[in-house]
Design a protein around this ligand. Structure first.
Ligand code: AMP
Length: 198
């Protein structure tokens, strides 16, 4: 472990990616970390690992996740603060996927990164609701019924709208058009990140 207070410097950015389910966020995240050398931190993946490992966190988070509810902010902020203090991220920077999910989490991220250059950019991958619904129905997963999809999209809109405003108030938000092939969308993201990260 490295001291949480150690400066991360310009070469170790903090990038946030936002996007509703079915927006291609997972695919684009993999490309981003590959090209820009960032560490991919998905809080959903971390929580699912905790559930599988049956840790205390997993036990608490698992029930909430099954009900489609958010895990409390203080728990999430603790997990993320610990993760961001580790050497790989201090050295390479991070792509945060699934965090922050609420304005209080964004406030906390701002203070965690205050001494290390702050948040560099939040990318919002925009794909219209009708298109993500079509994509999710096409992939035909058993939990992708029209009702379940509608519910998840509703929750995303409800939870994320204040967050979009939070980033946009601080001039940190860049909206990226998520319609097109994987390569087309990534070319847009790449040019935005090259501008911001150099
Ligand atoms: P995801 O894979 O990002 O869709 O996350 C799956 C589930 O994990 C969510 O529905 C939440 O229950 C929980 N979760 C993930 N990230 C967060 C977060 N930042 N804050 C609260 N709950 C979260």
């Amino acid at each position: 472990m490295t001291d949480a207070g150690e400066p991360r410097g310009v070469d170790s950015p903090t990038v946030v990616i936002l996007g509703r389910q079915g927006s291609g966020k997972g695919t684009q995240s993999a490309l981003i970390v590959d090209v820009f050398g960032l560490v991919h931190v998905s809080t959903g993946d971390m929580l699912r690992a905790a559930v599988t490992e049956k840790t205390e966190l997993g036990r608490r988070a698992g029930e909430l996740m099954e009900r489609g509810e958010l895990v409390p902010d203080d728990i999430m902020c603790g997990i993320v603060a610990d993760r961001l203090a580790r050497d790989d991220i201090v050295t390479n920077g991070v792509l945060l996927d699934g965090f922050p999910r609420t304005a209080p989490q964004a406030d906390e991220l701002e203070s965690i990164t205050a001494d290390t250059g702050g948040i560099d950019i939040a990318l919002s991958l925009e794909v219209p609701v009708a298109e993500v619904t079509r994509r999710m129905l096409d992939r035909g997963r058993s939990d992708d019924t029209e009702d379940a999809i509608r519910r998840r999209l509703h929750l995303y809109a409800e939870q994320t709208a204040p967050l979009i405003e939070w980033f946009s108030d601080r001039d940190l938000l860049t909206v990226v058009d998520g319609i097109g092939t994987t390569d087309e969308v990534f070319a847009r993201i790449r040019s935005v990140l090259e501008d911001v990260l150099g």
